[in-house]
Write a protein that binds this ligand. Structure first.
Ligand code: SAH
Length: 467
């Protein structure tokens, strides 16, 4: 290890910054954020920099650097493009054992500044030991993306209750178990959901009950329409926490594979008219696993609250007082429309969009047809493939132009995506010649024509057959 990472308390400590340009400004921002007392020296100082320095109660010296400026200084940063000056500052600091950082010159540094992910009070520092700041920044970007902003609030909550937990659990192992459970359980989830006050109440109760055992809970997770990249960070985080995963036919195997290797996977999928596990039994299974103390992920295609029966599943959980969370997902309409190059709304062609189920009940479709025929409304049919002849026929019968374009998107967002475009009058014949595979989504409206205009999508279409 070339450098030992240390976190330094700079509050009210005099720190010297040599340099007055953009780089110095960035360093000054950092130092001020950490509460340092800034001493700034340079011939030319950017106006923002001098304002920042003065506002933070610092000292702005316009002129030459001299070694006397190092008196009583805790840390020095040299951010000038004058190499000789940088060397002089570094040598003087080394002689006096004052930690010094010279920007972009690791050989002259006794301390280096890492790339930072700031979730104060949680701070993560990444360093390449000065070898490749770009690589360190890339690592930081990855971490930025995978660590929710709310971790800072979680760390604060833990800090607020640290003494109370210490007082309640004398055994260090018990304390560790308690915090492990808290940081991964419903209390942490409350913080991530922005309900800090509720989380604090729950934490107070848990401390009081000395609650070390972890309870069961259910995550109703929207897995998106197929492409695993369309999962949300939250979906992935909760999926990887689950002990049991219940999944649908619509959930791509690559998504199910993202769960922990030791998690049990239970297929409860539904193909049309062939219910692998009836809905009632799925609800009961969720309750059963949660009551065994397990973290249960219920993975659903698209969004759980859009034709997903998510409402029914949580009703049972609520009745049984089992903690649960619903994680929204990208619904098939959004995913398929984007990947097929069909904007669902457009200032000139569609001012509204409507999601409708095309599922047949007793072999017929009972829909408010007159509400679906406005020419400036896009209508998206889920589960509509079997009822497609009826959909086209009824829309025309109720007044929608027979030439209205319609798209049928097969297995949208997956490598098997295919888009078939025709009109209300011609689609049925078209599909007879070119059958599509479920799941399919149907989009009706003028916006479908935009697909032809958006040449980019023609070139990059995932589908082989295209329109
Ligand atoms: N909750 C889901 C919808 C479940 S209903 C969501 O929000 O997307 C099931 C219907 O969704 C299917 O019959 C089909 O119409 C549509 N669907 C789901 N995924 C799809 C996909 N990848 N491509 C096309 N249609 C899809």
């Amino acid at each position: 290890m070339d450098f030992l990472p240390l976190f330094t308390d700079l509050r009210n400590k005099p720190c010297l910054l040599v340099g007055g340009g953009q780089v110095a400004l960035r360093k000054a921002n950092l130092l001020c954020k950490a509460g340092a007392k800034l001493r700034l020296v340079a011939h030319d100082i950017l106006p923002e920099l001098s304002t920042l320095c003065t506002n933070a109660g610092g000292e702005c010296i316009r002129g030459d650097y001299g070694d006397h400026l190092l008196d009583d200084v805790f840390l020095v940063i040299a951010a000038t493009d004058d190499e000789a000056l940088n060397k002089r500052v570094s040598a003087a600091c080394h002689a006096r054992h004052i930690p010094v950082n010279v920007v972009d010159n690791p050989d002259l540094c006794s301390v280096i500044l890492p790339a930072i992910i700031d979730r104060s009070p949680l701070i993560i520092a990444v360093s390449s030991g000065g070898k490749s700041p770009v690589l360190a920044r890339m690592m930081r970007s990855r971490l930025e993306a995978s660590i929710p902003a709310s971790y800072g609030r979680l760390a604060k909550l833990v800090g607020d209750f640290r003494d109370a937990v210490k007082a309640r659990f004398s055994d260090i192992e018990d304390r560790r178990h308690f915090w492990e459970k808290t940081l991964q359980g419903p209390i942490a989830e409350m913080v991530f959901a922005g309900k800090d006050a509720v989380a604090a109440d729950m934490l107070a109760v848990a401390i009081d009950k000395a609650d070390i055992d972890s309870g069961g809970e259910v995550y109703l997770i929207g897995a998106g329409p197929g492409d695993p990249d369309l999962m949300t960070f939250k979906a992935l985080r909760l999926l990887q926490r689950a002990d049991v995963v219940l999944y649908d036919r619509l959930v791509a195997p690559a998504i199910v594979d993202m769960c922990r290797k030791d998690a049990d996977r239970v297929y409860v999928g539904k193909a049309r008219a062939e219910h692998a596990v009836p809905q009632q039994d799925i609800n009961k299974l969720l309750v059963k696993y949660a009551k065994e103390g397990k973290k249960v992920a219920r993975l659903k295609g698209g969004d759980p609250f859009i034709f997903g029966r998510g409402g029914e599943e949580i009703e049972e959980l609520a009745q049984e007082k089992i903690p649960f969370q619903v994680v929204p997902g990208i619904t098939a309409a959004s995913g398929c429309a984007s990947y097929a190059g069909i904007p669902l709304t457009h200032r000139d062609y569609a001012q509204s969009v409507r999601f409708v189920t095309g599922h047949l009940k007793d072999h017929s479709l009972n829909l408010p047809w007159s509400e679906l025929v406005h020419s400036s409304q896009t209508v998206v049919f889920y589960m509509g493939l079997v009822g497609l002849p009826s959909i086209c026929e009824q829309l025309i019968a109720h007044g929608r132009d027979a030439d209205t374009p319609i798209a049928v998107i097969q297995q949208g967002t997956t490598p098997q995506q295919r888009v078939v475009v025709a009109s209300l009058a011609t689609m049925v014949a078209r599909l007879a010649a070119e059958p599509v595979q479920a799941p399919t989504l149907i989009i009706v409206g003028e916006v479908v024509n935009l697909r032809a205009k958006l040449a980019w999508f023609e070139q990059h279409d995932l589908s082989k057959g295209g329109m």
